[in-house]
Design a protein around this ligand. Structure first.
Ligand SMILES: [Zn+2]
Length: 395
């Protein structure tokens, strides 16, 4: 997938270069570079390469916007070839000669941190966003150019590369994202299991998290409202290098030991704020959740939750009831739920051979038939469909 994208971009760049005069070299622009603004991606850039500019000029780069002072990063390892104020259009600008042979130009900076002639590593902070030069009256941004092969070589459209380099920051577990509230404030969150957990500055420090990546508001809000997926491993920090881990299943978090993790074949945990971790530990597991325990030999036992009690499921039951994937939980939690009493007033249902459902609710630990009218009158909630044998045994 990634390889396919790379090939496409390189091919497109080759076409552009071939159309431009005086392109002395065909040095490939690296696909694995770092995005030039810390914590940002291509969504802050205007795709305006080639647009007309004053005095008959054309725009030889793209403008990527961020608050003044936001760190600018070396997109690849190389040497700072020029640093300082050009006294003209660019203002405080920096030229980076990448080891690949491609040159990069960053203009309108508020400050440069690295002088000419110094070697820098990919991702190193070399300058900060500003609005010097002819950007004095514009919102702060970096004007960014790419010149493959030589400083004097024709510039290529940076936009496809900026997009490609953004892919280097996947929105995975532990990613810190932020929403621009538009009034100079930002809302930050950490991702775990497809859900964004809001972060305070204190949380960030406790969890040792890095700078946030500002993403489009719609994407941020979608992640903020998304349910956390079952099977996600979350962790809270005790601030002394110690962590507590838990696995999510049906809206509840179950504390995990290393032994549990190994038995279930689980991967790395995503750090979340302690308040969120604790809330999910105390949150009851949702009825209808399918849980599973591992026997450690590739075999699993599955059960469906109803009213705080787990009912064993066969593969036949699962397919008959139309149930989806199970969430792994530690063996102790699985066994505890198997022996827990079913909560009073829980509504359970049995699926009949004619695809109708028979419902009942629990009174003194036993099942009592209930009509829809009864359900309304008694203020009962929705039913959880459980295996027929389990349903019948409760009468
Ligand atoms: Zn520009």
């Amino acid at each position: 997938m990634r390889k396919g994208i790379t090939v496409t971009i390189v091919a497109a760049a080759a076409v552009i270069v071939s159309l431009l005069p005086a392109a002395p070299s065909s040095a490939a622009v690296p696909s694995t570079n770092t995005f030039p603004i810390q914590g940002r991606d291509v969504s802050v850039c205007a795709n305006s390469f080639g647009a007309p500019r004053s005095g008959g000029r054309t725009h030889m780069g793209d403008d990527c916007f961020a608050p003044a002072g936001t760190p600018l990063l070396a997109v690849e390892t190389g040497t700072i070839a020029e640093s300082g104020n050009d006294g003209g259009l660019g203002g405080i600008r920096i030229w980076l000669q990448g080891d690949s042979g491609t040159w990069y130009y960053y203009a309108h900076n508020s400050v440069n941190y690295v002088p000419r002639g110094v070697r820098v590593g990919q991702g190193q902070v070399i300058a900060a966003v500003g609005n010097t030069g002819n950007a004095a009256t514009t919102p702060s941004h970096v004007h960014f150019e790419i010149h493959p092969g030589a400083r004097g070589a024709a510039a290529v459209n940076p936009y496809p590369y900026l997009a490609l380099w953004s892919v280097g920051l996947p929105l995975g577990n532990g990613s810190v994202i932020a929403r621009d509230n538009g009034n100079g404030t930002y809302l930050e969150a950490v991702l775990a299991g497809g859900h964004a957990f809001p972060l305070t500055q204190q949380d960030k420090a406790a969890l040792g998290l890095g700078p946030a990546r500002i993403i489009p508001t719609q994407t941020f809000d979608g992640l903020y409202n998304a349910p956390i997926s079952s099977g996600t491993v979350i962790a809270k920090s005790f601030g002394n290098g110690q962590w507590m881990e838990a696995i999510m299943a049906g809206g509840q978090a179950f504390v995990l030991s290393q032994q549990d993790k190994t038995a279930m074949g689980l991967g790395d945990a995503a750090p979340v704020p302690a308040s969120a971790f604790d809330w999910y530990i105390a949150h009851p597991i949702a009825s209808g959740t399918v849980i599973a325990k591992s026997f450690g030999n590739g075999q699993w036992m599955e059960a469906i939750m109803a009213g705080g009690h787990a009912f064993l499921l066969s593969q036949q039951d699962k397919s008959w009831l139309g149930l989806g994937y199970a969430s792994p939980v530690p063996a102790w939690a699985f066994d505890w739920y198997m022996s827990a009493p079913i909560a009073e007033r829980t509504v359970i249902a049995r699926r009949n051979p004619d695809n109708t459902y028979l419902e009942a609710y629990i009174v003194n630990g036993r099942a009592v038939w209930v009509s829809n009218e009864d359900k309304v009158r008694l203020g009962l909630g929705p039913a959880t469909v459980i295996p027929t044998a389990a349903f019948n045994s409760l009468f």
